[in-house]
Design a protein around this ligand. Structure first.
Ligand SMILES: Nc1ncnc2c1ncn2[C@@H]1O[C@H](COP(=O)(O)OP(=O)(O)O)[C@@H](O)[C@H]1O
Ligand SMILES: [Mg+2]
Length: 244
């Protein structure tokens, strides 16, 4: 399948520190890629570079052949609409209600949508992710797991074709985690592109077509299907033995 999103010798430095070095990879359209490796290895930074939320300080990130940093405002908005992110820390606005947080992407990307349709869409997506609490409350009143469900719901609001998910089943109970895995599987079966960070062997084996081992800010290895299926191979990288 065609390349959708490409990291081309991408690097990222901040505060005089080189965090990501010279990573090249083409995410194929409709495929699922797991980013794995030790904590602090650079997975979240690679995910944010891929999602266009960080601008590479070396190399470039291309979406459908166009450098993200050279997109017009309109092209950038389209990319933002097509690719949705679930952050490792959920990153919900503290001073907004759940309802407001979920309506915001609809207001940005579908400004003609009526308040009534927005409310209906919020209710539908919350049902899909299995969120049961009221929507007039703020994130601080929710557990970390409930916040993850809301973050997931926010990502689904505009029916994205690309999902960027950072440690998306952390702090969830088994039932909620299973529900989200099934949701991601549905997206995968619909031909959507998924890029996710996880430490969970079963989830990686279940969903990923590729696994990129990110360690010390570099792409250490790219594993394909059969290597991911081998517990010994993928397990080694999940247990942080990546320097050898
Ligand atoms: N904006 C930043 N400024 C300085 N250091 C950063 C910044 N972002 C990330 N880092 C550092 O870069 C390394 C990789 O971080 P991260 O991508 O979050 O790793 P991972 O998700 O694999 O745990 C960490 O040591 C982190 O502290
Ligand atoms: Mg991280």
């Amino acid at each position: 399948m065609a390349g959708l999103l490409e990291l081309k010798n991408a690097g990222f430095s901040a505060q005089n520190q080189e965090i990501i070095r010279n990573i090249s990879w083409v995410y194929a359209e409709g495929k699922t890629t797991a980013l794995v490796g030790p904590s602090g290895g650079g997975k979240s930074t690679v995910l944010k570079l891929s999602a266009g939320l960080l601008v590479p300080t070396q190399g470039e990130v291309n979406f459908r052949g166009k450098s993200i940093s050279q997109m017009s405002r309109r092209e950038n908005l389209e990319f933002r609409k097509e690719g949705a992110v679930v952050f490792q820390d959920s990153a919900l606005w503290a001073n907004q209600t759940i309802q407001q947080i979920l309506e915001l992407p609809l207001q940005v990307h579908f400004p003609e949508m009526s308040p009534r349709d927005r409310t209906a869409r919020v209710r539908e997506v919350l049902h899909t992710v299995g969120y049961r609490k009221e929507t007039g409350i703020r994130p601080a009143m929710l557990s970390m797991g409930e916040q993850k469900l809301v973050a997931f719901a926010r990502a689904l609001m505009c029916r994205p074709g690309i999902l960027f998910l950072d440690e998306w089943t952390e702090s969830l109970d088994d039932r909620s985690a299973r529900r989200l895995v099934e949701l991601v599987r549905t997206h995968k079966l619909q031909g959507h592109t998924i890029i996710f960070v996880s430490h969970d062997l079963h989830i990686i084996q279940d969903l990923a077509d590729y696994a990129l081992v990110i360690s010390g800010g570099e792409l250490h290895t790219a594993l394909t299907d059969s290597q991911i299926e081998s517990d010994a191979t993928i397990g080694r990288f999940l247990e942080q033995e990546v320097d050898t």
